[in-house]
Design a protein around this ligand. Structure first.
Ligand code: NAP
Length: 261
């Protein structure tokens, strides 16, 4: 397996497309998520190896690096809500989002809460209710649990006791378009989806992804690791994706694809 090259001393994010420029601040470069009609704009952020693997030993951390972390934090800092599937929240041990210094100042200047809310999509409600996602949530960033009418009643009671806002959308699976409208009604203008693959496929099938940010990590992983989408194919007639911008830092490529309007 190839190991990432050491960081260049002058390391900084530079734009390769649409025209080369650099260095660029990711908080500025990514501040242009378009608004959507009747719901918050939705951006999906994923990291994958050169050969398309989205995890190493069941988690995404083995694909990351300093440059990826900076873009990941900038995207979190720009959003009102981080949307995550329960499978990923369980695998990655999700806690509340923490936004460091300069990025937090940007949120305050835009009138946003100090941190985005975490919204977990789950049918089973099998979540760690005593874990950091609920126990350590910032007072201004109440966690959200998005579930369906099929959710078990005792899970709903536990979610409320854990301090979560519960949104019920859909009968069996979560109705994602309705969930996004509900997040918008609760004040969100932008949503950052962080996976995983089954949520991503459902979002794509419903044509809800306005922008996909893909970090290509300079690693080969092989094995049986999954891809960014696992589920039904995007429906015919959905919006096509077009390359919007490409950046590079420390050997990581950062691609942005936008849904055509
Ligand atoms: N490379 C990356 O950027 C990245 C990002 C995220 C995740 N990952 C990796 O992805 C893996 C986890 O994947 P996963 O297969 O568990 O998929 P997932 O999409 O993370 O989670 C699937 C679970 O989320 C809930 N869910 C998703 N869509 C739903 C819907 N429409 N309605 C109701 N519930 C829904 C269900 O939870 P319940 O079972 O609770 O009902 C379902 O079992 C981990 O290895 C993680 O590291 C990688």
């Amino acid at each position: 397996m190839r190991t990432p090259s050491p960081p260049r001393p002058e390391s900084a994010l530079r734009r390769l497309l649409p025209e080369p420029s650099g260095p660029v601040d990711p908080a500025d470069a990514y501040a242009d998520l378009p608004a959507a009609e009747g719901r918050p704009g939705l951006r999906l952020n994923m990291v994958a190896s050169i050969d398309g693997a989205i995890s190493v030993d069941g988690r995404s951390g083995g694909l990351g690096g300093g440059a990826d972390r900076r873009v990941y934090l900038a995207l979190r800092a720009l959003t009102d809500v981080v949307l995550v599937a329960a499978g990923t929240a369980r695998a990655e041990g999700y806690g509340p989002a923490r936004i460091p210094g300069q990025l937090a100042a940007g949120r305050a200047a835009r009138g946003q809460a100090p941190a985005p809310r975490i919204a977990v999509v789950t049918r089973s409600l099998s979540l760690d209710w005593e874990g950091p996602m609920f126990a350590d949530a910032h007072a201004d960033s109440q966690p959200v649990v998005i579930t369906s009418a099929a959710a078990p009643a005792d899970g709903l009671r536990r979610a409320e006791r854990a301090g979560a806002e519960v949104l019920v959308a859909g009968d069996a699976e979560v109705d994602l378009p309705a969930a996004l409208v509900a997040l918008g009604a609760a004040g969100a203008r932008s949503v950052l989806a962080e996976g995983g693959p089954r949520l991503n496929a459902a979002l794509a099938a419903a044509d809800l992804i306005d922008e996909i940010c893909t970090t290509v990590s300079p690693r080969l992983v092989g094995g049986g690791a999954g891809r960014a989408l696992d589920g039904p194919e995007p429906r015919p007639g959905g919006r096509a994706m077009r390359l919007w911008a490409v950046y590079e830092e420390e050997g990581f490529l950062f691609m942005r694809h936008r849904a055509e309007r």
